[in-house]
Design a protein around this ligand. Sequence first.
Ligand code: ADP
Ligand code: MG
Length: 767
Amino acid sequence: MFVLKVSADGSLPLPGTVLEALGLEPGDEVRIEVRDGTGVLSPTPTTRDAGSGNAVRNAVNRKNLETPIRFIKGVGPKMSGLLARKGVATIEDALYLLPNHYEDRRRLRTVAQLRPGCTEVFCAVVRSGESVASKGGRQLFEAVVGDDTGTIVMKWFNFNPRQMKEIWKRGKRGIFTGEIVQYGSRREIHHPEADWIDDGADIAALMAADPVNFGRTVPVYPLTEGLQQKALRKVLKCVVDSHVSAVQSFVPSAIRERHSLMLLSDALREVHFPANETDIDLLNGRATQAHRTIVFDEFFFLQLGLAMKKHGTFREKGIPFRVTHRYTRPLLKTLPFRLTAAQKRVLTEIKDDMAAPHPMHRLIQGDVGSGKTMVALLAALLAAENDCQTAIMAPTEILAEQHYHTIRRSCDHLGVPVALLTSRVAGKERALVLKAIASGEVKIVVGTHAVIQEKVEFNRLGLGIIDEQHRFGVLQRGGLGKKGLNPHILVMTATPIPRTLAMTVYGDLSLSVIDEIPPGRSPVATKVCCEAHRATVYRMLRDEVRAGRQAYFICPLVEESEKSDLKAAVAMAEHLSREIFPEFRVGLLHGRLKPEEKEKVMRSFSLREIDILVATTVIEVGIDVPNATVMVVEHAERFGLTQLHQLRGRVGRGTVQSRCILLADGKLTSDAVRRLRVLEETTDGFRIAEADLELRGPGDFLGTRQAGLPDFRVASILRDGRILEEARSEAFAVVERDPCLSSGENVLLREELLRRWGGRLELAGIA
Ligand code: ADP
Ligand code: MG
């Protein structure tokens, strides 16, 4: 039995569970029979076609939800324009425009009861209202209102004096809403909302007549200029009342039950206009069952898509490799070090993957300096043992060249031909390289991402390795798969992506983590310094260089102002070489240099012909010069923590104690300093990444160029990590049982999945 409550307007809303239990759909009629004062509810029998009922119902609901918002009563062209600015074009968009927070307007308080820090609603009478000058000489409008229990001051800082004087007349009665702030012993409200009560009117009746705004927990929506809270609230009430029932719950009922989820329509209704008994703190923390339901729904479909993608690649045929040790064993013998346990473990995971008859799709996460290049090389040699080619792709020419040299050093001994392919390799040389790749003579091709993806024919591509993947869009890795016969794919990143984010962005990849740094390295001693200590920093730098070490001097390069920042780097190099360190050799490296100039500088630096290298962030990833032991970062506050951590990884690569000085601007906010201090405290890339993610949010964390990160309307991968994991395991289980989503209730699931993912599933050949 259900107990229903008649709402203030006399209507009787039926919960979704009742609708479902009775098999009711929008438009159906319900008969209520009254016998001896008790009502018995029964749906009218309809002539729905039993077989296609669901499909028809779906189509109708969909159409309703896709109705443009301007067809809602009370939404004129102006309002629909304003809503468009909030990304609301349809009824469905509006349903997902969720309140930022909630105000407790369930009952009125007395003036004495108003609590500082809370948004309160109370009824009072105006005692006075006038413009006054503040101590600083600013004009402000002050009104005093009160009831039997006390008075409170209201203030406006932006106002029209004449209008205000007109409105705030002594003796007028109103219902006021606003946040109570406390100054010493005095309570104030700034820019309150007022609803005026006519003389002699009954407050209870007035409140009852406006059930959207009074006598309940009211939603507070995010606004945009020109959009009024009350007007928006009214529109959303109308949208929710008349259309929320068209929202279907596609998450299978068994899963809903397991996680105590509501029907999606009930959840949306509750989140917009919560029941009076719902705890307001839970609402404001977005922690109600209704919020959880909506978040789960979003994550579930994301993970379902990723599960399908992963399964799709799993079904593809790949090249199974055999481990012959022909090249790998001799290589390991000649190395001056032994692989770390983590490198070995990851290598085993890679071997297992590549031995399977399906293509590998694996992400290796390893902090800077964890030795990913060696793992990549060993995987490439495994491919070579199976007479297959490997493409290794790096984000920049410098990095590609560096990888090339490292790999050549090992492969020349082994007799495995390696080629470099960047935009610099041109003319006859390029033609020769391309020919050697096409004939299969070259076994390992190292190059920049763009070059290899677009223009190269392979003879037998068996493995693609993408270094520093976080710099590319997620979807870009698709391009490589088309080059060979479903080559194995290995993606490497030094960005220690927090688990929740990895599950979102790379949810279709298997994950390996190199969580160990080769022994003998001491962590880079890091210090945040302000301008005042610049001289000390220079002294330390001088000591280090005199002791035979080298140093990096990093200047930020922010995209919007690339030119002026570039100038700053050039000027800094001049300044250091002329005025500060005339006795040392100072070099300069930035993105605008021609590739051959860049390479020349890098080579000089690695040959110790340069003592201090002034550089922009072009050196961020991968550069490996063990004798460089000091890094100074100018304007450290302009960088993300993860980026600084990566930069810092350029030092501390030898056995000598290295240092990193983060020079920060004098006028720093304490927030910025606290942020930078994280780097003083830890060298654990994962902790840094978590801190970064918390501070900056996921989009920013991955960089703006990151493509393919799904947008969530409600869910947050920071706040809702637990739900993400639950949704993921359920979604993957569904695909495990029914890979094509072709049975029973899954058919609808599949349809909804395709709708939500749009074209993005096509890449994996599922749609
Ligand atoms: P990253 O993971 O940042 O790409 P690299 O592959 O550039 O790290 O390795 C950093 C340095 O560590 C290189 O000089 C490499 O030769 C060295 N290295 C790799 N593996 C080991 C190991 N097991 N023991 C000692 N040094 C290693
Ligand atoms: Mg690297």
